[in-house]
Design a protein around this ligand. Sequence first.
Ligand code: SAM
Length: 171
Amino acid sequence: MARSIEARAILEFGTLGAYSTIWLGRALASDGRLVTLEANPAYAEVARENVSRAGLADVVDLRVGAALDLLPALHAEGVGAFDFTFIDADKENSPAYFAWALEHSRPGSLIVADNVVREGTLADAGSDDPKVQAQRQLHEMVAAEDRVRATTIQTVGGKGYDGFTIALVDP
Ligand SMILES: C[S@@+](CC[C@H](N)C(=O)[O-])C[C@H]1O[C@@H](n2cnc3c(N)ncnc32)[C@H](O)[C@@H]1O
């Protein structure tokens, strides 16, 4: 998806070992840049090594800390607008990350949020799981937001029944 829109600026919430970071980094246009945010310093260290081994150290800007704490500095630096945002960190904050990403996107940008279906519990309004409630809130935000067109794709695989939301910032 990032390659299809020739993304030059990518933002990722949740790096872990940089598996998705490397895929996204390889999809970047040649002069592109990717910012990825990771709260766990130990994971970030592994990610940094993997990014380096993948030959992407020059294009990946890995920042360590809770994403909500890192965002104000990103904003102050004037980083973005992002062509592609991948939301895959702490699921309780996916709505906040979506809101921030939308304000730092351009018409034609894509915002993808992972793990939103959660074994189908997304449809359970009475769920007391904060991760489920956050995904419900994300969908309500997206549905009410005139600036995006979006859909949620359900997936079934080795890791079970889940899915992701893809939102196109409306040109
Ligand atoms: C699902 S994993 C990311 C997987 C990765 N995107 C991939 O596909 O290879 C979620 C990551 O988000 C990180 N995380 C959790 N809370 C966070 C926060 N508040 N800010 C930034 N990262 C966070 C976790 O430490 C974990 O590494």
